[in-house]
Write a protein that binds this ligand. Structure first.
Ligand SMILES: N[C@@H](CCC(=O)N[C@@H](CS)C(=O)NCC(=O)O)C(=O)O
Length: 110
C-alpha cells in the first residue's frame, strides 16, 4: 500500500463520518462540496472533513481509493457512501439519516 493510500485508510478508518471535500465546511470551495456539507448539517451528525485542495496526493489518491472519480466523497464508519448526488438522493429518501442511525453515528453538538 502506498503512503498516501495508507494515510487515507487511516483517516477513513479513524473517524465515524468523514467528508473529503474542496475547502472547509465553513468555506466550501465548490458547489458540490457545499451541498454535501449542507446535507450533513441537515442530518445533524458530527463529522470531520479533509480539504483535498491542501494536498494534491490526497486529492488524487482518494479517487483511486474509492474508485470514484470526483470530490466530494463521504465515508461512514469506514465505508464509502458516495458523492453529493448520492448523498442528496439518500437524504431525500430518508436513507442517509437511517444509515447514520443504524451505524450509531454521534450527533453534532449544539
Ligand atoms: N456529480 C458529482 C459532482 C462532483 C464533481 O463533479 N466534482 C468535480 C469538480 S469539484 C471533481 O471532483 N473533479 C475532479 C477534481 O477536481 O479533482 C457528485 O455527485 O458529487
Amino acid at each position: 500500500m502506498s503512503d498516501t493510500n495508507q494515510r487515507i485508510a487511516d483517516i477513513v478508518g479513524g473517524k465515524d463520518v468523514v467528508l473529503f471535500m474542496k475547502g472547509t465546511p465553513l468555506f466550501p470551495q465548490c458547489g458540490f462540496s457545499s451541498r454535501a456539507v449542507a446535507i450533513l448539517d441537515h442530518c445533524g451528525v458530527a463529522y470531520d472533513s479533509v480539504d483535498v485542495l491542501q494536498d494534491m496526493e490526497v486529492r488524487q489518491g482518494i479517487k483511486a481509493y474509492s474508485d470514484w472519480p470526483t470530490i466530494p466523497q463521504l465515508y461512514v464508519k469506514g465505508e464509502f457512501v458516495g458523492g453529493s448526488d448520492i448523498m442528496m438522493e439518500m437524504f431525500e429518501a430518508g436513507e442517509l439519516q437511517q444509515m447514520m442511525d443504524a451505524k450509531a453515528v454521534a450527533k453534532a453538538e449544539g
